[in-house]
Design a binder for this molecule. Structure first.
Ligand code: FES
Length: 119
């Protein structure tokens, strides 16, 4: 059985020894908040009709001065300054309602449509 995936969330939580991020403590707290909210809203249930929401902790997304950064696929939306208090609104509006919070978006890098035919 294949797993249906709704979104994949990548949050930078840098390795202390390798990063220039000035918000290391905030990144760690945002990661804990992200885990808590996804569990609370049951978004990690494998049988969720819309698909499961995956999360990954990544070391650095190379925009440290705007961090913590949360990158959401498949839209390719990069949220900046994702402090713990921004996590729940992003999940509620972007993931559940499908309405990204434009004021907090740093950039948008959508994947090309892989369904296009090659001519
Ligand atoms: S630690 Fe570099 S982008 Fe967050």
């Amino acid at each position: 059985m294949s797993l249906k995936v709704s979104h994949h969330l990548l949050l930078c939580v840098p390795n202390k020894t390798s990063s220039l991020c000035s918000n290391l403590a905030q990144s760690k707290q945002s990661w804990e908040q992200l885990k808590f909210i996804l569990k609370k809203l049951r978004l990690e249930e494998p049988n969720r009709p819309e698909g499961i929401v995956l999360r990954s902790k990544v070391d650095c997304l190379r925009i440290c001065k705007s961090g913590p950064i949360l990158l959401i696929w498949p839209e390719g939306i990069w949220y900046q300054k994702v402090f713990p208090n921004r996590v729940e609104p992003i999940i509620n509006r972007h993931i559940i309602k499908g309405q990204p919070i434009k004021e907090w978006v740093l950039k948008n890098t959508p994947l090309r449509n892989l369904g296009n035919k090659v001519h």
